[in-house]
Design a protein around this ligand. Structure first.
Ligand SMILES: [Zn+2]
Length: 361
């Protein structure tokens, strides 16, 4: 019997709130605020998102987020999307999900930054209560994100810290990577370090090794989202006797030796061209090389709507491409649990749940 991957306990560390909406929800919310969507049928709208994201055109890819964020400008819109986000993760077997999003992109209808964070937290808690009432288990944490091309890093960092006892577990920067190094937000990262507040940074997706280095040095990143282009700092040479010799550059070596987790998102990495220097198919993804070399790899969805995917599907894709066993899949979940921005005893609880779930599979 084939293993039911969906039923296994899983951890999701990199999943954008504005990239995981249900098409029907978008239609409902758009109607209320008079926003025009590219399609009014849920299935057609879902297709439009996938095709636009898959078109290879960055403009079309970015246009998809204009529509999702447009319907998330009210407390009602934010809460509903957050609640359904939790229910959808639970349905996929996720027991802990970190939810990232950028409050500064949700202010056009008059909400304050604090009100947006509260509205999202309210929705997450509604989702968690509903799961619990039905006898299920899921925990969530918000990753409050600043847009790297804007100059609100400090404001967003302070916002994140203000809500650390109300669901916010970490800070991130997102948006165009190339030309917008973390050093531009150095003061915000220093403030977060002083506050002992966890940081993950999008790096090694739209830019290469120098960007990853700066995410660690200026950004003080404890994890890398996605970090996939770290592979550019891994050198292979064929030595005498057909043995491959692998040499890690200093950034790759640091990430490797410190166990800094990589938030890899296989389908998204293909769609955004992050690994286009290696090829166009899943078999070209460096996931397996990084795993074999001992990097702390984790598996993520990034944007479930745009990539028309789930964590289960990403794991199935990796399994069929690289021949992974259940033990490999379990290791990816353990890596994610260990790297999650939860307190140690909560991480240990997640680890126990994963071990138990996989042992019974
Ligand atoms: Zn991302």
């Amino acid at each position: 019997m084939a293993t039911n991957i969906k039923a296994l306990p899983k951890i999701s560390l990199h999943d954008h709130l504005d990239g995981g909406l249900r098409p029907q929800t978008m239609i409902d919310l758009a109607e209320k605020i008079g926003h025009k969507l590219p399609a009014t049928d849920a299935a057609e709208l879902g297709n439009w998102f996938f095709e636009s994201a898959d078109s290879g055109s960055l403009e079309r890819y970015l246009e998809t987020f204009e529509h999702t964020t447009a319907v998330m400008q009210t407390a009602e819109g934010l809460s509903r999307v957050a609640k359904e986000f939790v229910l959808d993760l639970h349905d996929d077997g996720v027991i802990y999900g970190e939810v990232r999003w950028a409050p500064e992109q949700h202010l056009s209808k008059g909400l304050t930054l604090d009100e947006t964070v509260e509205a999202v937290q309210d929705g997450l808690e509604q989702g968690m209560s509903e799961v619990e009432a039905a006898g299920g288990f899921i925990r969530t944490g918000q990753l409050v994100t600043a847009m790297r091309q804007n100059n609100r890093g400090m404001e967003i960092a302070e916002l994140a810290v203000r809500h650390r006892d109300n669901g916010v577990v970490g800070f991130d920067i997102a948006g165009p990577e190339k030309g917008f190094l973390p050093v531009n937000h150095k003061a915000a990262f220093e403030y977060l370090a002083e506050q002992l507040f966890p940081i993950t940074v999008h790096a090694g997706e739209g830019d290469g090794v120098a960007s990853i280095r700066d995410a660690i040095v200026s950004g003080r990143a404890l994890r890398l989202g996605h970090g996939v282009r770290l592979i550019e700092d891994v050198m292979f040479s064929r030595a005498e006797g057909d043995t491959d010799v692998v040499v890690l550059g200093e950034v790759a070596e640091w990430v490797h030796d410190r166990g800094i987790a990589l938030e890899l998102s296989p389908s998204s990495n293909l769609q955004t061209g992050a690994i286009s220097m290696l090829g166009e198919t899943m078999a070209d993804h460096p996931f397996d090389i990084l795993y074999e070399l001992g990097f702390k790899v984790t598996v993520n969805t990034d944007n479930r709507l745009m990539s028309r995917t789930t964590l289960t599907r990403e794991l199935e894709l990796l399994m069929s491409t690289f021949g992974y066993s259940l033990a490999d899949l379990e290791q990816f979940q353990l890596n994610a649990a260990e790297a999650s921005f939860q307190a140690l005893d909560d991480r240990e609880e997640l680890i126990d749940m994963i071990s138990e779930g996989f042992a019974n599979a």
